[in-house]
Design a protein. Structure first.
Length: 428
C-alpha cells in the first residue's frame, strides 16, 4: 500500500510540474530571436550537412542565429567542419555554440544494445532541447539525431516548449532503401528531404532535393580544369535540368599522385589491396608521381614503401581531405558519400570500392547509381589492379558542383507559414 501511495505522489508531482510548464510556455511569448539546432552525424553525414548549409544566402543565414551544433561525444571531426564554416561566414561571438551528447549507436553496434544507448542519449537530449528552445531542428544521417528529434517532438507535443520546425534529410547513400533512422522518425518530422526519386515512391510526403538530375542531358564539351570557368551548376536553382558535361577532350594536366582513402573508420581490406610492391610498380608504370594512403583506424601499410621509384605518404586522419583530393590525379576510395562528392566536385578521377562488410550496406547502392549515370568507376577488391590499369575516365560526366536551394526554400516557407498561424504544430 505504501508503495502505491508513493508512486501516486510522484505521478501527481510530475503532472503538477507539467501543468506549470505548459502554463509558463503559453503565458509567455516565444523569444524574439530563437536559435537553430543543427545535428551533425560525423564523417560523411557532417560533410553532407555543410554542403547544404553552404547554399544558404549570407543575409538569410544571419536570421537563423544563434546556431547550436550537436554532435556525438565520440565524434572527433565535426568541430573542425563547424569552425571552418562559421569562419567563412564571419560569425560573431555568441552566435555559435557546440554541444556533445552521448552517441545513440556506434558503427557496427548491435540493434539490441543500441536501444539502451539511445535511451541514455534521449534523456540527455531532453534537457538540452528544453534549454535551447530552438525555432528549427535540422538533422541528417545516423542515429545521433534520433534522440534529439524525439526530444524536440515530445516536448512540443506536451506543450513544454514553443513550436519548433523539425526537418530531416535522408543521406545520399540511401538510393532506394531508407536508412533505419528514416524509418524511425519519418512520421514525426515536418519536412522530410530525400536525394533520389526512388525514395519518393515510399515516402509520398517527402521532397526531392538531390543535386543529381533526373535525366542526363548530354552534350560534348571540353573537360573542365583549373583554368576553365566553373559553370556546371549555376544559381538558377533549376536543379532538375542541369546539363551534364562530358569529360572527354581538352588539354590534360600532368599526372600527380594517387590517393587511397578509407574515410573515418577502417577498411583494412582496401589498404591490403594496394599495399604491395606490385601495386606500387603498376602506379609508377601508369605515370603517377607517388601514392598517398589514408588508413584511418586500421593497419598502417608497410610493403608498398619498398617500391624504390615511388614516393609515398601514409597518414591516419586529417581534418579535411579536400586539398589531398584536389591535388591528386586519381582517388581510390571507399564508397562514403563525402569521399565521392569531394572527389567529383574537384573533377579528380575516381575509383570506388564499396566496403561490403558494413551493416545495411548502402555503399553498393550509391556506387551503382552514380556509375549508371556515368560519374565514376566502380571496382571490387579482387579486380582493383585491372580497373586501375584499364579504366577510361574520359567518358565520364562532370558532377554538379553545388546543392540546390529547394530544401532551404521549403524550410523558410514552413517557418513563415507557422509564424502567420497557418500551420498546426508537429504532424502526428
Amino acid at each position: 500500500t505504501m508503495d502505491y501511495e508513493a508512486l501516486s505522489v510522484v505521478l501527481m508531482a510530475l503532472a503538477f510540474i507539467l501543468v506549470v510548464l505548459r502554463f509558463a510556455v503559453f503565458a509567455s511569448p516565444p523569444p524574439y530571436k530563437r536559435p537553430s539546432v543543427i545535428v551533425l552525424g560525423s564523417g560523411g553525414h557532417t560533410s553532407e550537412m555543410f554542403n547544404f548549409l553552404r547554399t544558404i544566402p549570407a543575409e538569410e543565414l544571419k536570421r537563423f542565429s544563434p546556431r547550436h551544433y550537436i554532435a556525438a561525444t565520440t565524434d572527433t571531426g565535426s568541430y573542425a567542419f563547424v569552425k571552418e564554416f562559421e569562419e567563412s561566414v564571419e560569425s560573431k561571438r555568441g552566435e555559435v555554440f557546440f554541444h556533445k551528447i552521448p552517441r545513440a549507436r556506434e558503427v557496427g553496434q548491435s540493434y539490441l544494445s543500441s536501444i539502451f544507448t539511445t535511451l541514455y542519449a534521449f534523456f540527455y537530449s531532453i534537457f538540452l532541447v528544453f534549454k535551447v528552445c530552438p525555432l528549427m531542428v535540422f538533422a541528417n544521417g545516423p542515429g545521433t539525431c534520433v534522440p534529439v528529434i524525439a526530444a524536440s517532438w515530445i516536448l512540443t507535443k506536451l506543450g513544454v516548449t514553443h513550436y519548433n520546425l523539425i526537418a530531416y534529410s535522408e543521406s545520399y547513400a540511401c538510393v532506394s532503401r531508407p536508412s533505419l533512422t528514416t524509418k524511425l522518425i519519418a512520421s514525426n518530422v515536418d519536412l522530410l528531404f530525400v536525394q533520389w526519386e526512388k525514395l519518393l515512391r515510399r515516402y509520398t510526403n517527402a521532397i526531392l532535393v538531390g543535386r543529381v538530375p533526373k535525366r542526363s542531358l548530354h552534350r560534348r564539351a571540353e573537360r573542365k580544369y583549373e583554368d576553365a570557368p566553373d559553370n556546371s551548376n549555376s544559381d538558377s536553382e533549376s536543379e532538375q535540368t542541369s546539363i551534364l558535361v562530358n569529360k572527354s577532350g581538352g588539354k590534360k594536366k600532368a599526372k600527380s599522385y594517387v590517393l587511397v582513402t578509407v574515410g573515418s573508420t577502417k577498411f583494412d581490406a582496401l589498404v591490403a589491396a594496394v599495399d604491395s610492391v606490385a601495386f606500387g610498380e603498376l602506379i609508377a608504370s601508369l605515370g603517377y608521381s607517388g601514392i598517398h594512403i589514408q588508413y584511418g583506424k586500421g593497419t598502417k601499410p608497410t610493403l608498398i614503401s619498398k617500391t624504390s621509384s615511388l614516393p609515398f605518404k601514409f597518414f591516419d586522419f586529417v581534418p579535411s581531405l579536400r586539398d589531398e583530393i584536389a591535388n591528386a590525379s586519381l582517388v581510390i576510395g571507399h564508397a562514403g558519400v563525402a569521399t565521392i562528392f569531394e572527389t567529383l566536385e574537384a573533377d579528380t578521377d575516381l575509383i570506388v570500392v564499396p566496403n561490403e562488410s558494413l551493416m545495411n550496406n548502402h555503399q553498393r547502392e550509391i556506387c551503382e547509381e552514380l556509375s549508371s549515370r556515368r560519374y565514376l568507376t566502380v571496382s571490387t577488391l579482387r579486380q582493383l589492379r585491372s580497373t586501375v590499369s584499364y579504366a577510361d575516365f574520359s567518358s565520364l560526366n562532370v558532377f554538379p558542383k553545388k546543392e540546390n536551394l529547394l530544401w532551404w526554400r521549403a524550410i523558410r516557407g514552413k517557418i513563415k507559414a507557422q509564424s502567420l498561424g497557418m500551420l498546426p504544430t508537429h504532424q502526428s
